[in-house]
Design a protein around this ligand. Sequence first.
Ligand SMILES: [Zn+2]
Length: 149
Amino acid sequence: MAKRYNARAIKKHRNYTAEELAELLDAHPQTIRSWVDKGLTCLNSSIPHLYIGAHVQAFLTAQSIRKKKPLEPDELYCLCCKAGKSPAGLMADFIPDGAGGGRLIGLCPECENICNRFTREEKISLVAPNLAVQRQAKETSLEEPGEAA
Ligand SMILES: [Zn+2]
């Protein structure tokens, strides 16, 4: 999985060396330098080269938008991990919305939160070819009193 960098660790009004950015973002300085080839501007009139905080932030934000990709088959989206995950046990429930659509839900294998994928009933075999999907009754309430752990 592509690594995500925390753009919020960077202050807009500061300039950074590649080493400083590397430390803030938990990346290799060479990775920072490689971003220049991908469009990050740096002030190369100075030695060491300086990177403008606001530019780095904008660059990282643009990169993370570009990395948003459609889910692979059998993946549900985990809001917590912000990534597509094959649900734990390759099991999912399909909760129809009553209008032909609905959502697949499963448990994230990493954080154990609920992952979702909106789809249409007739597409389940395409989006979740290898998942054991249980069709549930139409969604009414998500609250289940006395839920077994
Ligand atoms: Zn997760």
